[in-house]
Write a protein that binds this ligand. Structure first.
Ligand SMILES: [Zn+2]
Length: 326
């Protein structure tokens, strides 16, 4: 399943043509998202398990483990929400606060390509850990806001919803967002931890659909409410140990939870390593810099640009870049 693409870093084509990213993994998890619904009940959902992709994404970053754990949850969450939407572009979560983790950004494209960036003050995180070895998302982020956005390209409007950070965990923060912004009830449970196999993450997200709207059902509204409550009760029994264990299939986990509730699973969707950086893009960015800045950035004739999403260093010869003449 894992395909690692390692290209040579011996660059021969000019910077503006060269799109190589030497050691960025080309990794696809075919059953990363399994959608499901409960027959004759107003419940639909997704179980997200990016598997080894979580480890690949998280271990490219130098953030402390407590920050990576939260980033893994954020990746599972955007994968769950993006796969429920019909759109072309990227779906992103951005959390900004005044805590040791000032910024957490995770996004997922319509094709399931995932990436994230976390900007943490690691000294402040170390201070926090002395007093509190298991900080919550709220401890890390502090006061601030959480925004969910759909970006469908340069000539389109960005659809964005913003709420104040409320709750201790990212699951609670997401639930608070849905409670204030969505028409229908949502239930969210996020998981991430370091296992024997490396970092693993997961998300179980359920929505209560309007009866008589999106689904065929002869149940009364009261029966629908009961079915929703039953689904939540069952979903709550899902443990981190189960979700983060690669040996258990997603369809089997859903069967364990909902086999008596008319479970029907849909077509699984793939998740992938999704950084969109390239030498060509960074090269054209560098070309917009004034000559003085380029000279200042060059060390021994080489300019190094780091992609904050995949933490890959791109090296350019100063002589390759013409820069902007005033
Ligand atoms: Zn990148």
């Amino acid at each position: 399943m894992q395909r690692v693409c390692a290209m040579t870093s011996n660059i021969s084509s000019p910077a503006f043509l060269d799109t190589s990213r030497p050691d960025t993994p080309d990794l696809v998890v075919p059953q990363g998202v399994v959608p499901f619904y409960l027959d004759n009940r107003p419940v639909r959902g997704r179980l997200v398990r990016p598997g080894v992709l979580t480890d690949t994404l998280l271990t490219r970053h130098d953030n402390p483990d407590c920050v990576l754990r939260l980033a893994g949850e954020a990746l599972a969450l955007v994968a769950a929400l993006a796969s429920a939407l019909k759109f072309q572009g990227s779906f992103s979560l951005q959390a900004k606060g005044d805590g040791p983790l000032g910024l957490l950004l995770a996004d997922c494209t319509d094709a399931g390509a995932l990436r994230f960036h976390a900007r943490s003050d690691d000294e402040a995180v170390a201070e926090l850990l002395k007093a509190n070895p298991n900080p919550t998302a709220a401890d890390l982020l502090g006061k601030g806001y959480i925004a969910f956005s759909v970006d469908q390209g340069p000539d389109t409007d960005i659809h964005q919803g913003i709420v104040e950070i409320s709750g201790q965990s990212l699951s609670e923060m997401a639930a608070h967002y849905f409670a204030t912004s969505e028409q229908h009830a949502c239930w969210v449970k996020l998981f991430c931890d370091k296992t024997e196999a490396g970092w693993r993450a997961g998300a179980l997200v359920m929505e209560k659909i309007a009866m008589g709207g999106g689904i065929e059902s002869d149940a009364t509204p009261e029966e629908g409410d009961d079915a929703w409550e039953t689904a939540i009760t069952l979903a709550t029994t899902l443990t981190a140990r189960e979700v983060l264990d690669d040996r258990l299939g997603s369809a089997d986990l859903l069967y364990r939870l909902f086999h008596a509730e008319g479970l029907i699973t849909g077509q699984p969707r793939a998740l992938a390593f999704g950084c969109r950086c390239s030498r060509a893009r960074l090269s054209s960015l560098l070309e917009t810099f004034p000559l003085d800045d380029l000279d200042h950035m060059a060390k021994d004739g080489t300019i190094t640009m780091n992609c904050q999403f995949c933490n890959h260093d791109f090296h350019f010869q100063r002589s390759e870049i013409s820069g902007k003449t005033a």
